[in-house]
Design a protein around this ligand. Structure first.
Ligand code: CU
Length: 159
């Protein structure tokens, strides 16, 4: 519910060409501009930045993301690999991401089961890629839906 109002609020902000607080997000729109020009036809967001890899594993009796902390830049892509102990997924907490991030992730997360909730990876070696195009700087905390109670969590910092 909170996410919905956040997204709706953002849409208004962008439509109104941004307020002062959204200055950073607006700056980054310039970076993400190739998304329209380069591959306008495709539904998948264009990847302009670097690619990072995070493995989702079961080690002993603990489920974890490896690495569980990662620093990236806006425009980068993080590929989550289903290595062992699946199914796993990537879900971001709506209240633990920067202002404006829900809108960026809405576009950057394919096949969401719910807002900010990535699809479950059941197949061995399956990969789920999150594109941080247009992503505001700050901390993005996320968790694995099936293993949240078992402490499977991670954090991405966008600089
Ligand atoms: Cu998991």
């Amino acid at each position: 519910m909170r996410v919905t109002s956040l997204v709706a609020g953002l849409a208004v902000l962008f439509a109104a060409c941004g307020g002062g607080e959204q200055g950073a997000a607006n700056d980054q729109q310039t970076t993400a501009a190739p998304e329209q020009g380069a591959s306008g036809a495709g539904a998948a967001p264009a990847a302009a930045g670097a690619t990072h890899d995070v493995n989702m594993v079961l080690e002993g009796s603990s489920y974890k993301y490896v690495p569980d902390q990662l620093t990236i830049k806006a425009g980068d892509v993080v590929r989550f690999h289903n290595v062992s102990g699946g199914p796993h997924n990537v879900s971001f907490w709506g209240d633990s991401i920067p202002s404006g991030a829900a809108d960026a992730l809405k576009a950057g997360m394919p096949d969401q089961m719910a807002p900010l909730e990535g699809q479950l990876l059941t197949e061995p070696s399956a990969v789920y890629a999150v594109t941080f195009a247009n992503a505001p700087t700050g901390e993005y905390k996320y968790y694995c839906l099936p293993h949240l109670a078992l402490g499977m969590k991670g954090r991405i910092t966008v600089q």
